[in-house]
Design a protein around this ligand. Structure first.
Ligand code: GCB
Length: 604
């Protein structure tokens, strides 16, 4: 499944961004929409609808608390015209992310279903399912219910004590620390390709001395290559000069004197250098397809103490993020993406983790283009209960890793796959569960290290033996020994040495942070104040500095910006561990981090 990019053979891409009709099914059964077959007519004929922007989460758009906290099926529809002259093409409907389960109909006919909230899915619309004389309708039903076998897992708890709760009362219990935003979160597009088309491209790059190598494998919709009259593969440099060619679907193209892809902080003369891989196929009938994929030439390697990009040690000075902002929740938003990348550069960040789910491809594009390295994480967050480790969860988790690797495998910015965040990796069940996931991911992509992000006591940890790079989250002087910043150096230093001693692998501290209310000050420092966040971070930085160049290969503050969570007494309108506020204004800690990260950049 290739991202819909416009080329001369694929000029038609119709983006359905805009106001759709919306109706949440708050009937007692939560199935009124199916019982009444809402997909057969415009939603506006079924009852009251409200305008809902796509893409966006629906939760924060209205003043209705019931909709903000809604659990169940929500319905969307919109209309579009389709051009008659394209009816002879392959017509594809693509949704980049719908959280969580989705069913999609066109003109009342089911086109596809998808489970999982953060990865794209698409299906073909057949010519006879469309009208070219009239408007067509697309209907999407979205269900945000999390269960023990979804990723992330969750649970619906029915409260049966009628002294305290009305009959049928239920609550959704979340096992992750972010708001369960729901809806059509990313773009919905209709695009066309020729009937015989380029299906997939896999690129693996390497270099030796002054030569770059692009190993390519192209698949097309026709299984017999003899259906094709010609195959043209061209590699262009950033100035569109042709630097390599081939005439087959599989092979290696040599690139003389390649410009390697570097993170922006490692080589300022040509950071994040992107080539273009262009493939054109012509069938015996003269039908042509053309696809163009940006890519970079670079290698990733791991030793017992180092993470190497292009054989040079890489130290990650980064942030863990969320897709989260006011009003739109997890909805794709270009101004926000641009602002965040400006802030990442302002901070001196060279690496992000897509905590705790795959981010929009438009964000990943910027990582490739701007030279920000990515630890690419799947939505396996909060796998902590025994019933999260069963065979249904496992097979879904394996499938999600396949979808993620498939989507992001050609991105130079992606240097590692993260299969989970903070599962209970001390449980024996976790070994039987994660070992195949890590091995499967490695088999899908042997060119990148695999990991999961651990938070266990080192003595109890069972799964980290199967990863390539250890990632751990630590909250000394916050969740343990709260306020005792004087203990951080001793505790964290000893801890990290033990992890390296036990597993003999490079380590990234993938989270450390303290909740901080912007503008709250107290001296001497006190928890939740800006002074505390700075004092706290400074202590961690001392430990990082003592281990950098040894086995520590990265540090990532939790979090880039404040973000929304469920309502609970440890959260004051969300998680406040951001170095920026949710509105992207800096706390004192952002200035501290900026001077630290630029010092690191200037010293390497
Ligand atoms: C963690 C989790 C993250 C939370 C964070 C916190 O360990 O990985 O999702 O938001 O702690 O602030 O509690």
């Amino acid at each position: 499944m290739l991202y819909p990019r416009q080329t001369w053979a694929r000029a038609f891409i119709h983006d359905l961004t805009g106001m759709w009709n919306f109706r949440a099914d708050d009937s007692v059964s939560r199935r009124q929409g199916f019982d009444e077959q809402w997909y057969l007519h415009s939603l506006s004929k079924t009852g009251k609808v409200i305008p809902m922007p796509v893409p966006s989460s629906y939760n924060d758009i209205t003043q209705d608390k019931g909709l903000r906290d809604f659990v169940g099926w929500a319905w969307y529809d919109t209309e579009f015209y389709f051009p008659r002259e394209l009816l002879n093409k392959r017509i594809v409907l693509r949704l980049d992310s719908v959280h969580y389960n989705a069913i999609v109909w066109v003109n009342g006919q089911e086109i596809m279903r998808h489970d999982g909230g953060h990865l794209p899915f698409e299906g073909e619309i057949l010519g006879h399912q469309l009208s070219v004389d009239d408007l067509n309708r697309i209907t999407v039903a979205v269900n945000n219910t999390l269960t023990p076998t979804t990723l992330p897992p969750g649970e619906i708890i029915y409260e049966n004590d009628t002294n305290r709760y009305p009959p049928g009362y239920f609550v959704q219990k979340l096992q992750m620390d972010f708001f369960n935003y729901a809806g059509i979160h990313r773009s919905v597009k209709i695009y066309t390709t020729p009937k015989v088309y380029v299906n997939d491209i896999t690129l693996v790059t390497d270099y030796k001395d002054d030569k770059g190598f692009v190993n390519f494998n192209i698949t097309t919709s026709t299984s017999s290559p003899s259906d094709l009259r010609s195959i043209d593969v061209v590699v262009r440099d950033a100035y569109d000069h042709v630097v390599g060619k081939a005439g087959n679907l599989k092979g290696t193209i040599d690139i003389p004197n390649p410009n390697l892809w570097w993170p922006w902080t490692m080589n300022t003369s040509s950071p994040a250098y992107l080539y273009k891989f262009e493939v054109t196929i012509v069938t015996k009938d003269g039908e042509k397809d053309n696809y163009l994929l940006p890519f970079g030439i670079r290698t990733i390697n791991v030793t017992n103490t180092q993470l190497l990009i292009n054989d040079r040690p890489f130290y990650c000075h980064g942030v863990a993020k969320h897709e989260d902002s006011d009003i739109r929740g997890k909805g794709l938003d270009f101004p926000l993406i641009a602002k965040d990348f400006n802030l990442l550069k302002w901070l001196g960040t060279n690496c992000i983790r897509t905590s705790h789910y795959p981010y929009a491809e438009e964000i990943m594009d910027q990582c490739d283009r701007q030279g920000i390295v990515v630890i690419d994480e799947c939505p396996g967050v909060g796998i902590t209960k025994k019933n999260n480790f069963g065979p249904v969860s496992l097979s879904h988790h394996l499938k999600v890793m396949e979808e993620l690797v498939q989507r992001d495998k050609n991105r130079p910015s992606v240097i590692m796959w993260s299969t989970a965040n903070e599962p209970d990796s001390a449980l024996p069940e976790a070994v039987a569960y994660f070992r195949p996931i890590l091995e499967h991911t490695k088999a899908l992509d042997p060119t990148r290290p695999v990991t999961f992000v651990a938070n266990q006591d080192v003595n109890k940890e069972l799964v980290s033996q199967y990863v390539d790079v250890i990632c751990i989250n630590r909250y000394n002087a916050w969740y343990t020994d709260c306020s005792h910043t004087e203990l951080i150096q001793r505790q964290l230093g000893n801890d990290l040495h033990k992890w390296h001693g036990k597993f003999n692998k490079p380590i990234i501290v993938a989270e450390y942070g303290a909740d901080t209310i912007a503008g709250l000050h107290q001296d001497p420092s006190f928890v939740f104040t800006e002074e505390y966040q700075i004092e706290f971070m400074n202590e961690y930085h001392q430990v990082f500095d003592s281990l950098r160049g040894d086995f520590l290969v990265g540090e990532m503050v939790w979090n880039f910006a404040d973000f929304m969570t469920k309502q609970e007494i440890i959260r004051v309108v969300g998680n406040k561990k951001g170095v920026f506020t949710r509105q992207r204004q800096p706390k004192m800690s952002a200035h501290l981090l900026r001077s630290r990260y630029y010092k690191i950049i200037n010293s390497t």
